[in-house]
Design a protein around this ligand. Structure first.
Ligand code: ADP
Ligand code: MG
Length: 302
């Protein structure tokens, strides 16, 4: 997944770490369009593919969140992603190139037949980068539960899912990074409930970006404009399934402070924290039952 993963388990039995990490790599590879031979690579190459249930389920959730966010989150964003090329550090495209790419982006043109055959139009391509990490964390968590683990935490590049509680019966303590100050925490919260899964995911403009002429260009792209989305610096989402938290964080980030807030506020069993930059300070907005108050956050820029 081009990131570092951490797994913490509690209890007496120790996982076979090599097996666990090999399992994760294998699963992650299935959703990665850059891995030649993977199901999504195949789909992009030929325009259609019959997808196994596990992969199909992720594509379907991606389409669902795309609909919910009216295309702010869009898994067909690949032509734009390739143009901005953040995988190699990023480059500012020409306007005409952006307009061309935008013609090949629209999740409504993904066709899914009853037998699991997915078809996309000529020139289209899927990029599950905004949802796959969450999906893989869910798959790993379910695998671990099947193996008999009840209390654990999995973290990969800003996505976290926990099951149950820590050894001492206390909740897990999770910190959210300050989006502008290295080594500083925006806030710290407790997470976890006996026998339950809960996930927390943050999307931000500070992980992958380049700067040109004083403007920050980051890797979350607005399919309406073709440019990195404006308005927010980070969005944190808490909900049970990590796949949903991941896609919703990206979706709300693109939607911005108003529509992004509404999306998270109106969704059941979902909480969110949306942070924007207002001159010399950060401002934050939280949904009704977010486990932190705005006063608990460090919003100073220095
Ligand atoms: P991260 O990967 O840093 O955790 P996200 O989950 O927000 O962050 O995913 C960002 C990735 O999602 C990008 O690198 C790109 O592959 C893809 N992406 C970018 N813009 C969009 C979008 N509007 N909708 C869906 N996926 C997107
Ligand atoms: Mg995401």
């Amino acid at each position: 997944m081009s990131t570092v993963m951490t797994v913490i388990t509690t209890g007496k039995s120790k996982p076979d770490w090599d097996e666990l990490f090999a399992f994760t790599d294998r699963k992650a590879g299935r959703f990665d369009h850059r891995i030649s031979g993977s199901p999504i690579w195949q789909l992009n190459k030929t325009g259609s593919a019959k997808l196994a249930e596990e992969v199909l389920a992720v594509v379907m959730t991606a389409v669902e969140i795309a609909g919910l966010s009216e295309g702010a989150f869009d898994p067909t964003v690949l032509p734009l992603v390739e143009l901005w090329d953040f995988d190699s550090g990023g480059a500012l495209p020409q306007n005409e190139e952006i307009l061309e790419a935008l013609k090949k982006i629209n999740f409504r043109n993904i066709e899914i037949s009853k037998n699991g055959e997915v078809t996309i139009p000529e020139g289209y391509g899927l990029d599950l980068g905004g949802i796959a990490k969450g999906a893989v964390l869910d798959i790993l968590a379910e695998h671990m539960i099947q193996e008999g683990y009840r209390n654990f935490l999995i973290e990969a590049g800003g996505d976290i899912t926990v099951s149950g509680l820590k050894d001492n019966g206390q909740p897990w303590v999770v910190a959210i990074r300050h989006p502008r100050r290295k080594g500083v925490l925006l806030g710290v919260l407790s997470l976890g409930e006996k026998g339950k899964r809960i996930s927390i995911v943050t999307s931000g403009d500070y992980e992958r970006f380049f700067e040109k002429d004083g403007t920050r260009y980051h890797h979350i792209l607005d399919p309406k404009t073709g440019f990195p989305s404006k308005g927010l610096v980070s969005v944190t989402v808490i909900t049970s399934r990590c796949i949903e938290a991941d896609a919703l964080a990206t979706a709300a980030f693109v939607l911005g402070p108003e529509a992004g807030f509404r999306l998270l506020q109106e969704r059941a069993q979902t909480e969110g924290l949306l942070v924007s930059e207002d001159g010399d300070r950060l401002t934050a907005r939280i949904t009704s039952d977010f486990p932190l108050a705005v006063e608990d956050l460090d919003l100073d820029l220095e």
